[in-house]
Ligand binder design. Sequence first.
Ligand SMILES: [Zn+2]
Length: 139
Amino acid sequence: MQTMTYEQAQTHLKTLSREFGVKPPELRLSPNTRGSYYHTPHWPSTLKKFSLAERNSYLRGVISVGLADPRWSLQNTLLHEFAHHLTCYLHGPMVNHQRPFCESLERVTRFFYGDTRLYPWKDEYVCVRNYAKRVGLCE
Ligand SMILES: [Zn+2]
């Protein structure tokens, strides 16, 4: 049960990308699979020396969303996966759900919802949920 079209999802990704100064990730939706992933782009070892604008011309992330997963709405899945995209641009490809990712997700959900409590932190990975509780993003 999805209430958002592919075009609407892409528009959200473009808006988020503009706000955070990164190139929009490619979006792939698969109706019959579960689980969503951020495919980390190839990072040349010299890229850490580059500015964000220079990184934009090299990196191209891909978000794959399995629409058959009933636990997460497409909207919140996009926010989680976009936070991976932003984290990859800022910190490189080695971060999974550690603190830099949590900080990205905090920024992304605050921009998108205006109020971080509207994001379902209780359904997040334990380390992400604990971060949200510790810094007061949710009850
Ligand atoms: Zn993740």
